[in-house]
Design a protein. Structure first.
Length: 432
């Protein structure tokens, strides 16, 4: 197989782990426009904690590698000798939940300036079916003056990184690959097979690979939305949702999904890419849109339920102090992108309450920059309510006495993930 020099465009949660694994077999140049991110990685530490320090340090080089190794840069001319370009930039949505392709378009423009005849471009960013061939490749063609399938080749291999998961990692998850023709598909498949121990699955087309990725997260989103809707119903009935799910789960074919806040850069975003494409094709996706509405409404719902509990306890809401434990989008990660804990905070704040937020994994500076509130280093004084919003491992083993020291006798514990429902006897307890 031909010797390749790979350029990884984007060094975030997806790009850096992939660059490190490829760097054990190929010369790899990691490209990112964020010099601060590059400087941090060059010090031998990944702030996202997706790559262990010793693993990262084993491949880092200070010069463009001739053999194996990983070199980092923000200079476009330094990736011009590469012949494989892998794009792993974010694909967010705008304030109206419409796809924001700006990072993808800019990455494609950059590639168009350096691409050469025979080169291969592989996109990994989650997009709607058709985006690679209809939105990204034309940018490369326009910028470079070349044509796909004649001068260069393209493929799509969706990322399947699960942040914070040390069991299901890049090398242990089957990699879906696709190409613009049979030859490019074969090259892309064999390239990934070197680093993915679980093997690859060759999709029949680029659009199929794009669709396969986006329905993975859409399926989870819809199922979690059902659980969230059930939790609203069961709350009105007066029974605990987790007790119901535990009972229902004794049947072998019951799907184990749970209610909760659905944020992050995948499940909370990707379905909007699919619904955008569907509406472009004159179809209104009712189930997917309904699921998104339910999940996006859960932060304010949780806050309002807590306010009702405070009023029911005879408290003056405007004089209440509330502690929120956890503000990342999921447990045991530092990632705060699209965290729905911010929705809980903002809704509670609208009632005039005082709120402290703690999180052992998040950066106070990043939280303040993104959401407008900072973190306290530790709880102080007595709180009228404690909201455990994220199931960090740091919180799992807490007992009722741990919460009682934080609250007065009429304190309320809101346990979003239902972790403590069998441990709380004296405190007023509520969960989804």
């Amino acid at each position: 197989m031909k010797s390749y020099k790979i350029s990884m465009i984007g060094l975030g949660y997806v790009g850096l782990p992939l660059a490190v694994e490829f760097a054990k077999h190929y010369p790899v140049i990691g490209f990112d426009i964020n010099q601060e991110r590059i400087s941090g990685i060059n010090q031998g530490h990944d702030s996202t904690l997706e790559v262990e320090d010793n693993n990262l340090q084993s491949v880092l080089t200070k010069n463009i590698p001739v053999g194996t190794g990983l070199y980092l840069t923000n200079k476009l001319d330094e990736i011009s000798d590469c012949n494989v370009y892998i794009v792993t930039v974010p694909t967010p949505v705008d304030k109206n939940n419409r796809p924001d392709l700006t990072p993808l378009i800019k990455a494609s423009e950059s590639i168009g300036k350096v691409i050469k005849k025979g080169d291969i471009v592989i996109y990994e960013s989650t997009v709607y079916p058709g985006c690679t061939e209809e939105d990204c490749v034309p940018v490369i063609e326009r910028t470079s003056g070349m044509k796909m399938n004649t001068d260069f080749y393209a493929g799509y291999s969706p990322e399947r990184i699960n942040p914070g998961d040390k069991e299901h990692t890049l090398i242990t998850i089957t990699k879906v690959v696709s190409g613009c023709d049979d030859e490019s598909l074969d090259i892309i498949a064999k390239t990934y097979e070197l680093v993915v121990k679980a093997g690859v699955y060759r999709a029949s087309s680029i659009k199929v690979a794009e669709a396969a990725k986006i329905i993975e997260n859409t399926q989870r989103d819809v199922n979690i939305a059902l659980m969230n809707e059930l939790s609203i119903i069961f709350n009105r009935i007066g029974i605990n949702t987790y007790d119901v799910l535990e009972a229902a789960g004794t049947k072998w074919n019951f799907l184990r999904f749970y209610p909760g806040l659905v944020g992050g850069h995948c499940i909370g975003v990707d379905p909007y890419y699919l619904t955008f494409k569907a509406k472009e094709l004159k179809y209104h996706p009712q189930v997917i849109d309904s699921g998104r509405f339910v999940n996006d409404s859960m932060g304010p719902y949780i806050a309002k339920q807590l306010v009702k509990k405070l009023i029911g306890a005879g408290k003056n809401v405007m004089n209440c102090r509330i502690l929120i434990m956890g503000t990342t989008f999921k447990e045991n990660v530092s990632d705060i992108r699209n965290s729905k804990v911010a929705d809980v905070y903002n809704e509670l704040k609208s009632y005039g309450v005082h709120i402290d937020v703690i999180d052992p994994h998040a950066s106070s500076e990043e939280v303040r920059k993104e959401y407008g509130y900072g973190l306290v280093t530790s709880p102080s004084g007595k709180y009228d309510a404690v909201v455990v919003a994220v199931a960090h491992k740091d919180y799992i083993n807490l007992q009722e006495d741990d919460f009682r020291v934080l609250m007065d006798e009429k304190g309320i514990l809101a346990d979003i993930k239902g972790m403590y429902r069998k441990r709380i006897k004296a405190l007023t307890y509520w969960s989804l």
